[in-house]
Design a protein around this ligand. Structure first.
Ligand SMILES: Nc1ncnc2c1ncn2[C@@H]1O[C@H](COP(=O)(O)OP(=O)(O)OP(=O)(O)O)[C@@H](O)[C@H]1O
Ligand SMILES: [Mg+2]
Length: 274
């Protein structure tokens, strides 16, 4: 779990021609009438230790793309590999036969309120993924306490329930939970959009510190172009399920080659009082 060392030249994630389709049902028997292609022939690479942001208007397929990588929606066509190892049916083609995608890749969601079980204590929430992987309760608690400290939550948090935390603290908790299995790649789907602006900055700094200190590679979805500019090494622009632009953040955001990227950058909302 998480302690493997990979050749640093190999991309953390390489996606080739990935396509996701959702059935469109209709009629009395709710039969499949057609398919809607939410992600269409998408290819890209995420280098080790880097942050790649995915941007694009609402509904363009960003969440569907990252969900397909962790098996939350099925892949219709295409493939992906992690650290040079092909992935098939949620399993990584590794010399260590037991490696699963979830050992290497963890996802953090937009809403820290609904992504934590309200009936579980922090101890239960944090230790469950590693106990399921054969760790003892004591070992799991030790790792949980270390991670709480790493995300700046007090050790006393272990006995509390999610509702006893603020939104920002809950998102720290979600980050700690995602790190329990010592993943190599984090998929962050609008992880700050439910948070207050001042808390957003703290969470973003935390993610960047974790990237640097733990060598994590991060796929980062955001609608906030300022955040994307500040945080990303590379940017991928999606439009109706397709990739329309992909390159270093500086180039894509300052000198976009695609008309849609230009429009997206120009559409950053401004508020004016009359
Ligand atoms: N489970 C599903 N069944 C059917 N259609 C779906 C499903 N999930 C998503 N879609 C459709 O796929 C398209 C892409 O959705 P997705 O959630 O990936 O967009 P997004 O880029 O993440 O948008 P947002 O920025 O609003 O989060 C949308 O048209 C959506 O309605
Ligand atoms: Mg989304």
């Amino acid at each position: 779990m998480g302690s493997e060392n990979f050749d640093s030249m190999v991309p953390a994630l390489e996606v080739n021609g990935l396509t996701v389709r959702f059935p469109i049902r209709g009629g009395v028997f709710s039969k499949v009438k057609d398919y809607f292609t939410a992600v269409d022939d998408v290819s890209f690479t995420l280098s080790q230790g880097k942050i790649l942001s995915i941007v694009g208007e609402s509904g363009c397929g960003k969440s569907t793309l990252v969900k397909s990588l962790v098996g939350l929606v099925p892949i219709a066509k295409g493939s992906f590999s992690l650290f040079g190892m092909a992935v098939k049916d949620g399993k990584v083609d590794s010399p260590k036969k037991s490696v699963r995608v979830s050992d290497l890749v963890q996802m953090i969601f937009q809403d820290p309120f609904s992504s934590l079980n309200p009936r579980q204590t922090v101890t239960e929430i944090l230790t469950a993924p590693v106990i399921a992987r054969g760790f003892s309760f004591d070992e799991s608690c030790k790792r949980a306490r270390e991670l709480l400290d790493r995300v700046s939550l007090p050790a006393g948090a272990m006995d509390k329930f999610p509702h006893e935390f603020s939104g920002g603290q809950r998102q720290r908790l979600c980050i700690a939970r995602s790190l329990m299995v010592r993943p190599k790649v984090l998929l962050c789907d609008e992880v700050t959009s439910a948070l207050d602006v001042s808390v957003q900055a703290q969470i973003l700094h935390l993610l960047d510190d974790l990237r640097r200190d733990l060598g994590l590679s991060i796929l980062f979805i955001s609608h906030d172009m300022q955040v994307v500019r500040a945080l990303s090494d590379d940017v991928l622009v999606m439009y109706f399920g397709h990739v329309v632009e992909h390159g270093p953040a500086d180039e894509v955001l300052t000198n976009p080659q695609n008309e849609y990227t230009e429009k997206l950058l120009a559409s950053v909302p401004t508020i004016r009082r009359d």
